[in-house]
Design a protein around this ligand. Structure first.
Ligand code: ACM
Length: 549
C-alpha cells in the first residue's frame, strides 16, 4: 500500500464523498447540475473579491484555503480558474447564487451575508477535507461538479441558545460553536449568560458578580432530584475583552450574538454576590451561595428602585459590548413566594398600583422594555413576559409550546419559536436505556426534522411576526463540550433544514432523503471533530427504540 501511494495520489483529482449536489445540508432551494463539466481547484486558483465581500474573502482563505492547501491568491475578476465573489443587490441580502463552470466559481450574494452562505455551500461541495484545519494532501487538485445553485433562507432568525451558566463553556469552545453554527447557515447565537448557578460576564462596576458569582462549590450530578454530587468547584466567566472577541468573531461569520441577562428570576448567583438584590426582609440573603443544584430557585430579585439602578448599570455595560438590536432579559420562571412574604414587596404593589405579584413582574420587565427602547434597542424575553402586556416593539421567545408565540403574534409582537416540546436539545434523542442522563421529552432526529416553526393557527399576516426559530441548549447535564456536542448533533443539522428551507408540511417531509444526505454530513462533522450522537446503525446496543407499553 505504501509503495505507490506518494506518487499515485499526487496526480489524482480527489473525488471524495460529499461532493454531489444531493448531499448538501441544508439542501438549497434549487440546484442544477451541468453534466460533463467541472471546475478543478488547485494551487493556481485565484480569488477575486468584489466590494462588500471582504468577510467571505478572509474566511475562504483562512478556512477553505488552509483546509485544502489552496493559496487563493488575489486574482482579476475575469481571470480563468478563479473564485469570484460579488454583491448583487437584485437578490435578497441573505440569498445567493453559486455558479460553477470550467472557468470559474462565482458566488453572488444579495449582501455580504448571502455571499458568506454561498461560500458555506461551496465548502460542502469540496467534501469533508474542507472541514479540517490543515490539509492532508499537498498539491491535490479538487474537482467540483459544474452547477447552478440558487438559495435563500426561509427565516431571518435561525438560532441556537447556549446556556453557559449551568456549565461554563470556555471561550475557545464558544468560538468553535460559532464556527459550527455558520457551517449550518445559522445566524443568531443567543448567549444565556446568567442564572442561579453562575454569572458569566464581567461587569466592571459590579465586580463581585464574577468574583463571587461565577463559581459554585459543587454541582448536582444528574437530575435535580438525584442523590449524587460532583464534589468539586465549577465556574468561570468571560472578561469584557473575551466578549468583544466573541462578538467580533461572530460578526465575521455573519452571526448576531443576542445576550441574555435573566431577570427577575434565575438570579441567585447575583444575589449571593450582592445580597441587597434579594428580599432581605424574608431571607438572610448574606448566607446565600451560588446555587449548586438544578431547578428554579426561589431567591429572586427584590422589586426595589435600588435593584433597577443596579441592573441598569449591568445593561449599560451589556449594550456597550453587544451591538445586537435585541437584548434578552429572560423573564421566565420567577417564583413569587418571597414577594408574597415580603412586607416591602407588598408595599411596592400598593405604591405602584399593580395587580399583585404578577403585576410586579410585569412592572419589572416593562421598566427594561422602556429603558432599552429609549436606547434604540428591542427587548426580547421568554413567553412569561406576555402576561402583563408588553410595549410595542418587544418580542417573545416562545418556549412553553406554541401558545405564547401565537398570542404574541396575534397581538402584533414578533416571535422566535423555540417550543420545549420540539427544540430543547437537552431532551433525550432516544427512549432507549443507554441515553446519557435521559431527561425530558424524547426528541429524535426525525422529530426535529418534522418541527414546524409557524403554527397553523396564525393567519398569513400574523405569521409575518414569526422572525424565525432557535434550538435551545440547557446544560444542567452537559458538564463539558463533549456532552454539548452529543446533545446538539446531529439534531442541529435537522434543525438547520427547518430554519433555512421552505419544507413541506411535517408529515410530508422526506426524512429518508435527509438521512441519506446525513451520510455525507457525518463525514463533515467527523472532520470538524464533533462528538455527535452516532446513528443507531453505527452503535449496536444503543439507540434502541423506546420500551413497549
Ligand atoms: C426556560 O426554559 N426556562 C426558558
Amino acid at each position: 500500500m505504501y509503495r505507490n501511494a506518494p506518487f499515485a495520489w499526487r496526480a489524482r483529482v480527489t473525488a471524495l464523498p460529499g461532493m454531489t449536489l444531493e448531499q448538501l445540508i441544508p439542501a438549497p432551494a434549487r440546484a442544477e447540475a451541468v453534466p460533463g463539466s467541472s471546475f478543478v481547484a488547485g494551487p493556481a486558483t485565484t480569488l477575486w473579491a468584489g466590494p462588500g465581500t471582504e468577510s467571505t474573502e478572509r474566511w475562504l482563505r483562512a478556512t477553505l484555503g488552509a483546509a485544502l492547501g489552496l493559496p487563493l491568491t488575489p486574482g482579476a475578476e475575469g481571470a480563468g480558474r478563479s473564485v469570484v465573489l460579488l454583491v448583487d443587490a437584485s437578490l435578497e441580502p441573505e440569498a445567493y447564487r453559486l455558479t460553477l463552470d470550467e472557468a470559474r466559481v462565482e458566488i453572488r450574494g444579495g449582501a455580504a451575508p448571502g455571499v458568506f452562505w454561498g461560500a458555506q455551500t461551496l465548502r460542502q461541495l469540496f467534501g469533508p477535507d474542507a472541514f479540517r484545519r490543515a490539509h492532508l494532501r499537498p498539491g491535490t487538485p479538487y474537482s467540483l461538479p459544474a452547477c447552478v445553485i440558487e438559495d435563500a433562507p426561509r427565516f431571518g432568525w435561525r438560532g441556537m441558545m447556549l446556556d453557559v451558566a449551568r456549565h461554563f463553556m470556555p471561550k475557545d469552545g464558544v468560538l468553535r460553536y460559532l464556527d459550527l453554527l455558520a457551517a449550518h447557515k445559522l445566524n443568531v447565537f443567543h448567549f444565556h449568560l446568567t442564572d442561579d448557578q453562575g454569572w458569566r460576564v464581567e461587569i466592571k462596576r459590579h465586580p463581585r458578580l464574577t468574583e463571587a458569582g461565577s463559581w459554585r462549590a459543587r454541582s448536582k450530578w444528574g437530575h435535580r432530584n438525584s442523590p449524587l454530587w460532583e464534589e468539586r468547584p465549577h465556574g468561570g466567566f468571560y472578561t469584557q475583552d473575551d466578549i468583544r472577541e466573541i462578538v467580533a468573531y461572530a460578526d465575521s461569520l455573519h452571526i448576531t450574538v443576542v445576550p441574555e441577562i435573566d431577570v427577575p428570576g434565575h438570579s441567585q448567583a447575583a444575589i449571593s454576590a450582592y445580597p441587597h438584590l434579594g428580599s432581605t426582609d424574608v431571607v438572610d440573603t448574606r448566607a446565600l451561595t451560588v446555587w449548586d443544584t438544578w431547578g428554579v430557585s426561589k431567591n429572586v430579585l427584590a422589586p426595589t428602585e435600588d435593584v433597577l439602578r443596579f441592573y441598569e448599570g449591568v445593561f449599560e455595560e451589556i449594550l456597550d459590548l453587544f451591538p445586537s438590536t435585541f437584548v434578552h432579559v429572560g423573564g421566565d420562571e420567577c417564583p413569587k413566594d418571597q414577594w408574597k412574604a415580603s412586607a416591602a414587596a407588598q408595599a411596592r404593589i400598593k405604591e405602584l398600583g399593580v395587580e399583585g405579584e404578577d403585576g410586579l413582574q410585569s412592572w419589572f420587565i416593562r421598566h427594561f422594555d422602556t429603558w432599552l427602547t429609549a436606547r434604540g434597542r428591542r427587548l426580547i424575553g421568554w413567553d412569561e413576559i406576555l402576561e402583563g402586556g408588553l410595549a410595542e416593539g418587544a418580542a417573545v421567545s416562545s418556549w412553553r409550546g406554541y401558545r405564547g408565540g401565537i398570542a404574541a403574534a396575534k397581538a402584533g409582537h414578533d416571535v422566535v419559536m423555540c417550543p420545549e416540546q420540539h427544540v430543547y436539545l437537552d431532551h433525550r434523542q432516544d427512549g432507549g436505556p443507554d441515553e446519557p442522563m435521559p431527561i425530558g421529552f424524547v426528541r429524535t432526529l426525525e422529530d426535529v426534522y418534522r418541527f414546524e416553526p409557524v403554527p397553523a393557527e396564525l393567519t398569513e399576516e400574523e405569521a409575518t411576526h414569526v422572525l424565525g426559530t432557535q434550538a435551545n441548549v440547557w446544560t444542567e447535564v452537559m458538564e463539558n463540550q463533549d456532552r454539548v456536542d452529543y446533545q446538539v448533533f446531529p439534531r442541529l443539522a435537522a434543525f438547520c433544514e427547518v430554519a433555512w428551507r421552505r419544507l413541506p408540511a411535517p408529515a410530508e417531509r422526506d426524512f429518508a432523503g435527509f438521512e441519506r444526505r446525513m451520510t455525507a454530513h457525518y463525514a463533515r462533522l467527523d472532520a470538524l471533530g464533533v462528538d455527535y450522537r452516532p446513528p443507531a446503525a453505527r452503535c449496536p446496543g444503543s439507540g434502541g427504540r423506546p420500551p413497549k407499553g
